[in-house]
Design a protein around this ligand. Structure first.
Ligand SMILES: Cc1cc2nc3c(=O)[nH]c(=O)nc-3n(C[C@H](O)[C@H](O)[C@H](O)COP(=O)(O)OP(=O)(O)OC[C@H]3O[C@@H](n4cnc5c(N)ncnc54)[C@H](O)[C@@H]3O)c2cc1C
Length: 407
């Protein structure tokens, strides 16, 4: 009987395991997860899940794994991969042989230089355990400093305010969300945070973060020291590539795969946050929930011999207070953007490249107000459309009509 092994029991690995069964794979499936819990969703960790402080939102019920004959090993780390012999050494002392392997090892939060990962007062946020450590300190009267004004940092800021904590966000660049969205959206988000009392300091660099006597101190380069009950470090994540790199697989800002998610080693695939893949003439790596799911499904299909390629337009969302931000496509090749106003102050920005091609769209609004337009924008991007500027900005022109006009 064939044995497919998946290393990494996060969004991508779990989706791949179930997709193998949905697609009719009858061999053995082993899913190996280093975390000692049933696999869970990460997005709630900075949002409602952090506010509730309850148990994680599980990706699937525990029984579903056995119902689908998926052997789930939790609290077990794959320590060593022998690509030619096709086996994996595990932290429980065992060794597993595989016919095909999927690396879905995800990413780890970057820690601030000089700080310990085990510090109780200086934490990053990637796991449910991290979220529970943060949650204990998020209460009225405590002061939280968030280092990094990216999506996760700002989501934690919003949740911490809702729980009554005082919050200061320190961002090294001149504004928040610099890598994520244009100024118009960042300004609106900043104003919303400030209206809740969050102190946002941009263009401020940090010399050191230290912990002493149940307090953390952030020493700014300019000399000032900001004291906190908790420092949350939100300065991005790095792909977990060690296992692949030690086994001699190609690594290039993530485990390098082709458009079928095949690595440089025979019968080994990689997918989700841990891999970089070809997209629009360059190599990219995404950290997004939908991408992890989609790539998990594609990897499963290709492990079974299909010929599926990664082609979806990237998509990401964030929630802060009652606002939802959505971004689709990649704006790095854009030279300009155009604004379309929607109801209740919501708006969408369409990012166009030098040929007038729509390459990305980003929007912000209450609840789900931007979802439909972003979805249509995604289809226009996939169709490589060059919509007329007037049609994009006119709120009374239905975006869908632009799709229809493409034929
Ligand atoms: C706080 C937070 C909020 C987020 N919010 C959003 C959001 O709003 N919208 C959005 O689109 N995305 C969001 N994301 C990103 C999204 O959750 C990730 O893109 C997604 O979880 C990636 O899934 P993955 O399976 O590729 O990797 P991961 O979820 O990182 O899972 C990888 C798993 O592999 C395990 N592993 C690693 N190495 C080994 C090994 N050697 N042996 C065994 N196990 C191993 C890890 O422990 C981990 O459990 C958020 C992420 C975080 C952390």
């Amino acid at each position: 009987m064939k044995h497919f092994v998946i290393i990494g029991a996060g969004e991508c690995g779990v989706r791949a395991a179930f997709a193998l069964r949905e697609k009719g794979f009858e061999g053995e499936v082993t899913l190996i997860g280093a975390e000692p819990v049933t696999p869970y969703e990460r997005p709630p960790l900075s949002k409602a899940g952090l506010a509730d402080g309850a148990e994680p939102k599980f990706i699937a019920r525990f029984e579903q794994y056995s119902e689908q004959d998926i052997r789930l090993l939790t609290g077990v780390t794959a320590l060593e991969l022998e690509a030619t012999a096709r086996n994996v050494k595990l932290s429980d002392g065992s060794r597993l042989s595989y016919d095909k392997l999927l690396l879905a090892t995800g990413a780890s939060a970057r820690s601030f230089p000089g700080t310990s990962e085990n510090s109780a007062r200086i934490r990053s946020l990637r796991t449910h355990r991290d979220a529970m450590t943060l949650r204990r300190v998020l209460k009225p009267g405590s002061h939280i400093v968030i280092v990094g004004g990216g999506f996760i940092g700002l989501e934690v800021a919003a949740t911490a305010r809702q729980l009554g904590a005082e919050v200061t966000v320190i961002e090294g660049l001149e504004r928040v969300l610099k890598r994520g969205v244009p100024t118009e959206i960042a300004d609106l988000v900043t104003a919303r945070h400030r209206s809740e009392g969050v102190v946002i300091r941009c263009g401020v660099s940090i010399e050191a973060i230290t912990e002493r006597d149940n307090k953390a101190s952030v020493q700014l380069t300019a000399g000032e020291i900001v004291e906190a009950d908790l420092v949350v470090v939100g300065i991005g994540a790095q792909p977990n590539v060690d296992l692949a790199a030690k086994a001699g697989l190609a690594v290039d800002n993530g485990i390098a795969v082709d458009s079928h998610l095949r690595t440089s080693a025979t019968e080994i695939f990689a997918a989700g946050d841990c891999c970089s893949f070809p997209y629009g003439g360059r190599r990219i790596r995404l950290e997004s929930w939908r991408n992890a799911q989609e790539q998990g499904e594609i990897a499963a299909a290709n492990m079974m011999g299909a010929d599926e390629i990664v082609s979806s337009v990237p998509w990401f969302w964030s929630e802060q207070y009652e606002l939802t931000l959505q971004v689709t496509g990649l704006a790095d090749s854009a030279v300009t953007h155009l604004k379309r106003d929607l109801s209740n102050g919501a708006f969408i920005l369409f990012h166009l490249d030098v040929d007038g091609r729509l390459v990305a769209a980003s929007g912000v609004g209450l609840g789900n107000t931007v979802a439909r337009e972003i979805r249509v924008a995604e289809m226009l991007i996939a169709a490589r459309a060059r919509p007329a500027s007037a049609a994009l900005t006119a709120s009374d022109v239905k975006l869908k009509s632009l799709l229809a006009s493409l034929g």
